[in-house]
Design a protein around this ligand. Structure first.
Ligand SMILES: C[S@@+](CC[C@H](N)C(=O)[O-])C[C@H]1O[C@@H](n2cnc3c(N)ncnc32)[C@H](O)[C@@H]1O
Length: 283
């Protein structure tokens, strides 16, 4: 059953079917690795993943303004990310950050099947008065499209420029990649409110992950920056096999909890189709 409508140039078009929240989840395999994403991706087989859906740390604390840089908060005083992540400061020198993200993308590309694609969510920002779009990270990778994720508001009030209200999702695709039937009708501007009921400092909304996965239509799905497990929950709801990697054990605990609840299990129980591995991060 189709249950999404999108407005497209005045015409209402139908989008492909998506799982309803109340639908009983299927039992496709799920795997969570707790550890460093590059180290773990290196151990996974080449060309084994159909779709990557991910949002890396944005390196927000390495910033020229708004108080994120020195940790006092400034205009960001209410932003959860002022303290960084549990196990990641989000404050690398810019060149190091770009090199790290390019290495992550190279590993994701190695893992992708020839008909696979990466949905790489990032945020553009103004640094020293100039737009910092993220072409230094994605340059040389086969970016096919930029999807605009239109959020319901922003938090960066600056008299020098308009309030930023969107993030981007780079669609980085291998040559044989094709969208699922009718997914093209979703268009390239996705209006999705940000997540509000999640204790993780920077989750993306479930609907964003669902759209990415549904627009491909099959797995396995990989999220190397799993955070609170949003991509895993979306894949579970669609009955699609998934793999998640997350460095912070406390965020992995959040992901486990969401999956446990989705599968209607009692406290401490985990579904049989879920496997967990702890890979210590080398010091
Ligand atoms: C933007 S958040 C992802 C949030 C996720 N999309 C969600 O909805 O919850 C980025 C995540 O990357 C994790 N992270 C940082 N460095 C990592 C690394 N080297 N390997 C794996 N995960 C890492 C952080 O702990 C954080 O949870």
């Amino acid at each position: 059953m189709n249950n999404w409508n999108f407005s497209n140039g005045g015409r209402v078009v139908r989008a492909p079917a998506r799982a309803k929240k109340e639908e009983k989840p299927h039992k496709a395999k799920g795997v969570i690795y707790t550890g460093d994403c590059i180290e773990i991706m290196k151990t996974l087989p080449a060309e084994s993943i159909r779709v990557v859906v991910t949002s890396p740390p944005y390196n927000l604390k390495n910033s020229t303004g708004n108080g994120m840089k020195d940790g006092r908060g400034g205009k960001w005083a209410n932003a959860a990310l002022i303290n960084g992540y549990d196990d990641h400061e989000d404050n690398l020198p810019h060149d190091e950050y770009v090199a790290w993200q390019r290495e992550c993308l190279s590993q994701m590309m190695r893992l992708l099947r020839p008909d696979g694609a990466i949905f790489y969510n990032h945020k553009w920002r103004v640094q020293g008065g100039l737009l910092q779009e993220r072409s230094d990270i994605v340059e040389g990778f086969p970016v096919r499209q930029i999807i605009i994720w239109q959020r319901s508001g922003g938090i960066n009030f600056n008299a020098g420029y308009f309030l930023p209200t969107y993030e981007v999702v780079y669609l980085i695709a291998k040559p044989d990649f094709k969208l699922a039937p009718k997914a093209n009708a979703m268009g390239d501007v996705w209006n999705i409110p940000q997540e509000r009921n999640n204790a993780h400092p920077a989750p993306f909304p479930l609907e964003l992950a669902q759209r990415c996965i549904e627009s491909v239509g099959s797995g396995p799905v990989l999220d190397p920056f799993l955070g609170s497990g949003t991509t895993a929950v979306a894949a579970e709801m669609l009955g699609i096999e998934w793999i998640g990697i997350e460095k912070s054990p406390s965020y992995v605990a959040m992901a486990n909890e969401r999956i446990r609840k989705l599968n209607h299990l009692s406290d401490g129980q985990m579904p049989e189709h879920l496997q967990s591995f702890l890979i210590p991060v080398p010091s």
